[in-house]
Design a binder for this molecule. Structure first.
Ligand SMILES: [Zn+2]
Length: 262
């Protein structure tokens, strides 16, 4: 059975000492992994890593909404250049994250929200140019993100596909994303928040799994640093909640990810 880790950051310094070892261990087991860029420097790095391996490792390029200020202006052409690379299978992570800015005073909050939306729309533009799916990150902003997507997809009839990674929204929000054609990414956050009802309700054919490593290491392992091999605990948790066969969870989520990204 093959696992597909749809959201990893093996490019992060946490793996500087044993990156190749971690990757090879997973590839030997037949894993598929997408490393996700969070700014231009990291996006270049995920592409380089993917190029070092014949198959199994892919890349997504983009600027995380929390890191917008790292770049003076969104370097559309630099990201475009990366998007052309063969191993690049998605654009992102992009999206909206109001977790930290919501405490700012109103005008500043509005200004930052608008900036995030503007950068998000630029990602959508590249994704459409290269016919790639988008990897979406969203915290405390589902209402706005759904509205953005609704306008682009339903009003402007744009063809956009992708995944809402690390989904932590409500059942009704899950349904809205699914109606818009999106997959939902489930990861180790299931061990931190109560997502049982949501996982029960989301059809397996709309689910992909991810580690978001090095973050969100499952409590079953003693290692603080997460890695793709620990994806089995996410599959097990979905198996427990949905009361279905583990094999079905692994195979269906793999097939979903293949359909979306490869
Ligand atoms: Zn991430």
């Amino acid at each position: 059975m093959k696992y597909f880790d749809t959201h990893a950051h093996l490019n992060f310094p946490d793996y500087n000492k044993d990156r190749d070892e971690v990757i090879k261990k997973s590839l030997e087991k037949g894993f598929f992994i997408i490393n996700i860029g969070t700014d231009l420097k990291e996006s270049k790095k995920v592409v380089e890593i993917a190029k070092n391996y014949r198959k199994g490792i892919y890349a997504s390029v983009g600027l995380h909404p929390l890191y917008i200020e790292r770049e003076e202006d969104f370097a559309l052409d630099s990201y475009r250049k990366l998007a052309k690379e063969e191993k690049v299978v998605a654009i992102g992570e992009t999206g909206l994250d109001y977790k930290y800015i919501s405490e700012k005073r109103k005008e500043e909050f509005e200004e930052e929200k608008n900036l995030q939306k503007e950068v998000f729309r630029k990602h959508i533009k590249i994704a459409r140019e290269f016919d790639l799916p988008v990897v979406l990150h969203c915290r405390k902003a589902h209402k706005d993100l759904i509205e953005e997507l609704f306008n682009l997809i339903k009003e402007e009839k744009q063809n956009i596909k992708g995944v809402v990674h690390c989904f932590t929204g409500s059942i009704s929000q899950a349904k809205e994303y699914i109606d818009l054609g999106f997959y939902l990414g489930i990861n180790g956050v299931v061990f931190k928040m109560n997502l049982e009802k949501v996982i029960k309700e989301i059809p397996l054919v709309k689910m992909v799994i991810e580690t978001d490593c090095p973050f969100l290491s499952p409590p079953q392992v003693k290692c603080k640093r997460n890695e793709p091999l620990f994806l089995e605990y996410i599959a097990k948790e979905i198996t427990r909640i949905k009361k279905i066969d583990a094999k079905e969870v692994i195979e269906t989520t793999n097939k979903n990810a293949q359909n979306l990204f490869l």
